[in-house]
Design a protein around this ligand. Structure first.
Ligand SMILES: [Zn+2]
Length: 303
């Protein structure tokens, strides 16, 4: 997609509408129109993006393909978008360091669009029994669905790490999600003995849990540090990256507490912009550096 160099930092909502008009014009070019139709190889289920962060080997796994409808956005952010949907992904991450095989989120598993993380791990030569730890950004089904396989723990030897407020909200049934989804999450968790962490905790050596609540009550960003190199896994801080990078105040219907989600997005963007911290997430294909230009526009710059 061509960069739109003249977008400014818009004040919501009036100028945001103008911004989206401009964004719409920017996206309407031939390259963008094609990208809305075509799904690149990096967004195909089973695709694996491999890179290192210090001594951490990272495998970004496309668990499933999704389509993000623009109707998910609040109405003021839908106007003038040139397309009705964006190609999306559900991703999981395998991190290997210190002799551990750490899975960040588990994908859909057999729920929703069937996830392929287990098959990809098999291809990588990683047996489910070899996963030592699972870190969950939160408990939605596209992240915690893969905890079980055929009604058993999919990763029987793994220690499961979940943010305390996330665990407590789902167990209490106070999350804004359908009852069947809550029941599924509870059932999946029952196959593990979750270790609960608080924000600011070092969950594993070199991995710190950061507060990013709003999307869900305990939504967590994981900051990784190894040999001076850094990676931040943003979880569901963004669902439609193209829109939410330009308009961090744009929420989707998936964000349970929209004001808190906006605050988390803004604070995390501010913390990571124009640093040497690589960022990636569960619903966008790219990994890159978050750049904030002089006009107040965020972009993701490939390394
Ligand atoms: Zn998600």
């Amino acid at each position: 997609m061509r960069a739109c160099t003249f977008l400014k930092s818009f004040r919501f909502p009036a100028l945001a509408l103008l911004g989206l008009l401009v964004l719409g014009l920017c996206l309407a070019g031939p390259a963008s129109a094609a990208s809305a139709q075509k799904r690149p190889a990096s967004m195909q289920p089973g695709h694996v993006d491999t890179f290192t962060v210090g001594s951490i080997k990272v495998y970004g796994i496309v668990d499933a393909a999704t389509t993000m409808e623009t109707t998910l956005l609040n109405p003021e952010f839908r106007l003038n978008l040139p397309q009705a949907s964006f190609a999306g992904v559900v991703k999981t991450y395998l991190l290997q360091w210190n002799g551990k095989n750490v899975l960040v989120d588990t994908g859909w598993g057999s729920h929703g669009p069937k996830g392929v993380t287990l098959q990809v791990l098999k291809k990588l030569g990683i047996a489910p029994e070899a996963i030592t730890d699972i870190l969950l950004t939160h408990l939605d089904t596209d992240h915690a669905g893969g905890l079980t396989c055929e009604d058993k723990a999919a990763f029987p030897n793994a220690t499961l790490h979940v943010a305390r407020p996330e665990y407590e909200a789902w167990m209490a049934g106070t999350v804004k999600r359908p009852a069947d989804k809550v029941a599924l999450v509870k059932e999946n968790l029952s196959h593990y003995k979750p270790v609960l962490f608080n924000w600011g905790d070092i969950v594993l050596p070199g991995c710190t849990a950061m507060d990013a609540h709003g999307h869900t009550p305990g939504h967590t960003v994981f900051d990784l540090l190894s040999a001076g190199k850094k990676l931040s896994i943003l979880g569901d801080l963004m669902h439609i990256q193209t829109v939410q990078l330009r308009f961090p105040r744009a929420c989707t219907a998936y964000d349970m507490d929209q004001e808190a989600a906006i605050a988390s997005r803004l604070a995390t963007f501010k913390r990571l912009a124009n640093t040497k911290v690589l960022v990636t997430g569960m619903h966008f294909a790219e990994t890159g550096y978050l750049h904030l230009n002089a006009k107040g526009v965020y972009t993701l710059v490939r390394p």
